[in-house]
Design a protein around this ligand. Structure first.
Ligand code: KIV
Ligand code: ZN
Length: 511
């Protein structure tokens, strides 16, 4: 009898495959710690064989976590499994996740392998992984488009080779709940094992059914769900874990089983992922969207005032720690600022708070109320600046209503050296970006430019996200400032700085 549904979080692996998302080393570590605090059972921290960056992050996360298991992804390749072993060997609970595609289309066009060869590869690599790990997870990629008879053979082969966790990916988000549930039912019925096997669901949201499919898997015997925070991931993303967890909690009358997540940390976890991924949670998103708990219509408001349960199936309190939401202002002192940092979950040394307090005062001079979102943005902006090897020192612009705009940009590196250049452009942003390109002597292509305001109001800070391709490599950057042009410049400088540190200084390549 299962006691709870296990949560396998793949935000740092499948989630990071979201177009335009690339977490820094520090961000990955912070995310992993927050996921542990949230209470996930396993974190898939990366794909160690794919890049030295992923290897090092998995290694650091393995050393940092104490209760949550740390897993690394591996293809059916001995060197991939070795890389996971090396990266996770210091983890309290190391895990490996071995996969190979099993559907006819993947075998024919991608792997160019016969079914017999795939079965041989499963036996060879799952057995090899079992020599290095106590717990081996196996996934037949594109399982939902694999003929059921062959899928059963693949899973039986993996189980015979000692896999104890079988994950069933709906890789392209093609399945629907009754069909996906039936796969679990068939596997549970036909696969024989002398050891305990846990079945796990891994769904993608291409048809908007990832959470529904995962719930159908649970109804048919799955004991573990894989997914990501806010549902980020490749294409339309993965199962949104916060939605799944709350569905199990709110409808425990039906499912009769819950996760071990600390639900009060849900909103916090979602906020952190949203900030680091640079992906705003849509206002109407279930559980974590800004509107998820607000009532607009008069009839609804009247009902909620009379009895909240008229229109509320859950409360904000269930998913977020109640904090002191009082905004700070111009007159707030160091003590109030420090208390606010603590209440927002930041553990920042007193000496590091000095510079932050100065920045807070600068914001408070321009803005009447400094909200929690402003404080998060302030910390995030300062973390970005500290982690970046270059930052914007000054920006000077000349604007004319009709004609070319001009920009002078000065940037500083970690050693205190400054670099400057100027350029013109048809608009201010073009002029700024041309000047930065000249400083770095790199041509780049702006793939995406997004502007958000941190809060409401005309005095709000601007948050800019850019995605560039520099010499074919995708890199992103983020900048926050009261001035849109300055924030745009910060974001662009950060993207260039990332390119230098990740692809030039370390001579690394991404896989
Ligand atoms: O979606 C998928 O098939 C995957 C596998 C690597 C498990 O992410
Ligand atoms: Zn996936």
């Amino acid at each position: 009898m299962k006691s709870h549904i296990q949560i396998f979080d793949t935000t740092l692996r499948d989630g990071e495959q979201t177009p335009g998302v690339s977490f820094s080393f520090d961000e990955r570590l912070k995310i992993a710690k927050q996921l542990e605090k949230w209470g996930v059972d396993v974190i898939e921290a990366g794909f160690p064989a794919s890049s030295s960056g992923s290897f090092k992050s998995v290694q650091a996360i393995s050393k940092a976590l104490t209760t949550t298991a740390v897993c690394g992804l591996a293809r059916c390749k001995q060197s991939d499994i070795d890389a996971v072993y090396e990266a996770t060997k210091d983890a309290a609970h190391p895990r490996v996740h071995v996969f190979i595609a099993t559907s006819p289309i993947h075998l024919k066009y991608k792997l160019k392998m016969s079914q017999e060869e795939v079965l041989e590869s499963i036996t060879k690599h799952v057995s090899y992984a079992k020599q290095l790990f106590d717990v081996v997870q196996f996934s037949p990629e594109d399982a939902s488009r694999t003929e059921i008879a062959f899928l059963i053979k693949c899973v039986q082969t993996a189980v015979d080779a000692s896999a104890s966790i079988i994950n069933i990916p709906d890789t392209v988000g093609y399945s629907y709940p009754t069909e996906y549930g039936l796969i679990f039912k068939s596997l549970l019925e036909h696969v024989k094992s002398e050891h305990k096997v846990i079945y796990s669901a891994h769904c993608h949201d291409d048809l908007g059914m990832a959470v529904a499919n995962s719930l159908a898997a649970i109804e048919n015997g799955a004991e573990r769900i894989e997914g990501t925070v806010n549902g980020i991931g490749e294409r339309a993303g993965n199962t949104a874990l916060e939605e799944l967890a709350l569905a199990l909690y709110v409808r425990r009358d039906h499912y009769g089983i819950e996760t071990r997540l600390n639900l009060a940390e849900t909103k916090n976890t979602s906020d952190i992922i949203s900030r680091y991924a640079g992906i705003r949670v849509p206002k109407n998103k279930a559980i974590v969207g800004q509107n998820a708990f607000s009532h607009e219509s008069g009839i609804h408001q009247d009902g909620v005032l009379k009895n909240p349960e008229t229109y509320e199936i859950m409360t904000l309190k269930l998913v977020s720690i109640s904090k002191n939401e009082l905004p700070l202002g111009k007159l707030s002192g160091k003590h109030a600022f420090s208390e606010k940092l603590k209440s927002l979950g930041y553990d920042i040394k007193a000496e590091d708070q000095v510079a932050l307090f100065k920045q807070f005062k600068a914001i408070a001079d321009k803005k009447k109320d400094v909200s929690d979102r402003d404080i998060h943005a302030l910390i995030q902006g300062s973390e970005h600046e500290q982690n970046s090897i270059y930052h914007l020192e000054t920006l000077q612009l000349q604007f004319v209503s009709h004609g070319l705009q001009s920009a002078v940009v000065v940037i500083k590196n970690k050693d205190g050296n400054t670099y400057q250049d100027s350029s013109i452009g048809t608009g201010s942003i073009v002029a700024i970006y041309n000047a930065v390109d000249r400083i770095f002597k790199k041509e780049s292509e702006l793939v995406d430019y997004r502007i958000d305001s941190v809060t409401e109001g005309t005095d709000a800070q601007a948050e800019i996200h850019v995605e560039l391709k520099i010499e074919g490599q995708p890199v992103n950057g983020m900048g926050i400032d009261h001035d849109i042009l300055q924030a745009s410049c910060k974001a662009y400088v950060e993207a260039h700085a990332k390119y230098v540190s990740e692809f030039i200084e370390k001579e690394g390549t991404r896989v």
